[in-house]
Design a protein around this ligand. Structure first.
Ligand code: HEC
Length: 175
């Protein structure tokens, strides 16, 4: 009985880890549902192309702007005002419910999309160069370490199970 519970706990732990959404995937989902109507990573649509936004703005600036762009503009932020003028004073809707982590995930997604289209041919079909799965990079080493831990645990668990089975066999023989 005790063994069963431990096994169940182990399975639960492993599946919750493996199924945790990596940031890029989360960012992609939010971007598609809430930003893609006006933004494309590599093309100007209603709003600016977002490729390289992490280089021209600080992450705090991006978070504030996505939460409430008009607040940033009204405060007189030079970059925001210039952008607002350039885009015909179309106000970007507020997204106050997105957490900082959500927005960071969107930026991670933008980065991955921007680097996926390195050959910036004018007729580059979007989506064609997308990797099937975001490669593990140093930047998401948290995920990587978690993954390694899970694999190690799994191997350890299997070894233990074999050990216990062997011991049971020996004990039975000695009775
Ligand atoms: C209704 C259209 C619309 C939607 C939806 C929208 N945006 Fe925007 N966005 C704009 C416009 C227009 C601008 C240009 C600035 C302005 O006019 O206020 C902009 C500017 C930005 C900028 C600044 C870009 C730069 O070059 O500095 C960021 C970052 C941004 N948007 C992110 C987002 C994110 C993230 C979402 C989804 C959560 C989103 N936007 C949804 C229209 C939109």
């Amino acid at each position: 009985m005790k063994r069963k519970i431990t096994q169940l706990a182990l399975i639960f732990f492993i599946s919750s880890h493996v199924m945790a959404t990596p940031p890029v995937e989360e960012g992609k989902a939010i971007f598609s549902s809430r930003c893609a109507a006006c933004h494309n990573v590599n093309k100007v649509v209603t709003g600016p192309a977002l490729a390289g936004v992490d280089q021209r703005r600080s992450i705090d600036w991006i978070i504030n702007f996505v939460h409430s762009s008009q607040t940033v503009i009204k405060k007189g932020d030079k970059d925001a005002v210039a952008l607002f003028d350039k885009f015909n004073k179309i106000p970007m809707p507020d997204h106050p419910d997105l957490t900082s982590d959500n927005i960071k995930s969107i930026v991670e997604f933008i980065k991955s999309e921007a680097s996926a289209g390195t050959e910036k041919a004018p007729f580059n079909k979007p989506g064609k160069l997308r990797p099937v799965y975001t490669p593990l990079s140093i930047t998401n080493y948290g995920f990587f370490i978690g993954y390694l831990a899970v694999v190690t645990l799994l191997i350890f668990g299997l070894l233990m199970a074999v050990k216990v089975k062997n011991m049971e066999r020996i004990m039975r023989r000695n009775q």
